[in-house]
Design a protein around this ligand. Structure first.
Ligand SMILES: [Zn+2]
Length: 242
């Protein structure tokens, strides 16, 4: 096994499986959602002990070992993209009595990967990119790319240049027009707050994606932190001081 880090802070896999995930990212146009990839013996032991104690969720003893320990399994909220994943060699494997009981769990089988000989993606897909995003600068301080599925905080001028080439010039907004922009994209204050604090759900907290956020919210029953414009203004103040 050759431990290979995935981009966008998604953990590690064996090298061929990691290369495949990066090809899937390119096919999706955004990073594939991954809740868990490779797993150490010690982590597997914790799962095993929970299973022994609670009888759920099902887990293998670490000496078996689990396919996660071999760096060839992922757990994803993108299971509705199973057809695409299958084509790339990722297969759902956990059935009980003929019923798929863990739709989120996929294992990599290089012999089924129809894209194994595709050229390597030239650049890592860093964030979910949408065709129609707005680049906005809020109160002359914080620049964001806002779409329907995602919002990014844009920290560097270089990145701003790349995004402006894709999505057009920066639009200046004040509190009122930020509110309007969020409303018309169906985004909530907690998304803006999360990217400001670097506590969002992808690429080291630099972007918030609806898909990942909802997956995490369902799994961890997280409550949002910011409810109002006033909350976000308070966060912005804290961030600017640093
Ligand atoms: Zn799994």
């Amino acid at each position: 096994m050759q431990v290979t880090q995935l981009n966008a802070d998604r953990g590690w896999l064996d090298a061929p499986a990691a290369a495949s995930v990066h090809r899937v990212d390119r096919a999706l146009g955004r990073p594939l959602d991954i809740n868990e990839a490779g797993r150490t013996w010690a982590q597997q032991m914790v799962f095993w002990q929970t299973y022994q104690r609670d009888g759920y969720p099902i887990a293998l003893h670490p000496d078996t070992p689990s396919i996660h320990q071999l760096g060839n399994a992922i757990d994803t909220d993108d299971s509705d993209r199973a057809a695409l994943l299958n084509e790339h060699g990722w297969v759902q494997t956990v059935y009980r009595g003929g019923v798929l009981v863990e739709p989120w769990h996929f294992e990599y089988d290089v012999s089924r990967d129809q894209h194994v000989n595709d050229p390597e993606p030239t650049a890592a897909i860093r964030r979910p990119e949408e065709d129609d995003m707005k680049i906005i600068r809020w109160n002359q301080h914080h620049t964001f790319a806002v779409g329907i599925e995602a919002i990014y905080h844009i920290p560097s001028p270089q990145e701003l240049g790349e995004l402006s080439a894709l999505h057009g010039a920066t639009i200046e907004v004040d509190n009122h027009s930020l509110t309007t922009t969020l409303l018309c994209h169906g985004l909530h204050w907690d998304a803006v707050d999360a990217v400001l604090r670097g506590a969002a759900f992808g690429s080291d907290g630099k972007y918030w994606s609806r898909l990942t956020a909802e997956g995490i919210a369902i799994r961890d029953n997280q409550n949002s932190t910011a409810k109002t414009l006033a909350d976000v203004l308070a966060t912005a103040k804290t961030v600017e001081k640093v």
